[in-house]
Design a protein around this ligand. Structure first.
Ligand code: SME
Length: 152
């Protein structure tokens, strides 16, 4: 049987308003995974990533492509599971408590259109299982972007 978090996220994806859906999904992730200090979204604009709905402390609004964990997730079009952010060259520290990070791309028609980003104050917090759960969530979000024509 599928895990609870992906079941819940799928329910929140069945929503006509994209901003509302991402707001609830960020809250859902923060509530379901313990030992997180930040859970939210970055949205791809023309030349950069811009902060989307999130749960946690205030965060940087603009991230250039290629910079930090989120920027690398964009350019590589691949999940970044970083066990020690202090050892990651160019890591952008929005919250100085963060020690590990998981960033997963949301891909629509072969283009990264956004990212799910999770931070933890604990080193090596993120497992391969969590990465798979967030990849599953990103696919559901991508499907809803197409189905409901979500605009951000
Ligand atoms: N740490 C990220 C920046 C976003 S915050 O973690 C919310 C990065 O290095 O891109």
């Amino acid at each position: 049987m599928e895990n609870i978090i992906n079941q819940q996220i799928r329910l929140f994806c069945d929503e006509t308003d994209g901003i509302a859906a991402l707001a609830n999904i960020s809250a859902c992730i923060k509530q379901n995974y313990d030992r997180l200090n930040w859970a939210g979204f970055y949205i791809v604009r023309q030349h950069e990533l811009v902060l989307g709905p999130f749960q946690g402390k205030v965060a940087c609004v603009h991230i250039p492509f290629g910079k930090g964990v989120c920027g690398k997730c964009y350019t590589d079009q691949e999940a970044q599971r970083i066990s020690d952010v202090l050892a990651f060259p160019g890591h952008i520290a929005c919250d100085s408590e963060s020690r590990s990070e998981l960033c997963v791309p949301i891909i629509v028609n072969d283009q990264v259109v956004g990212e799910i980003d999770l931070d933890s104050p604990e080193p090596s917090r993120f497992t391969a299982e969590m990465e798979n759960e967030m990849l599953e969530a990103s696919k559901d979000i991508a499907s809803s972007i197409l189905k409901y024509h979500w605009k951000f």
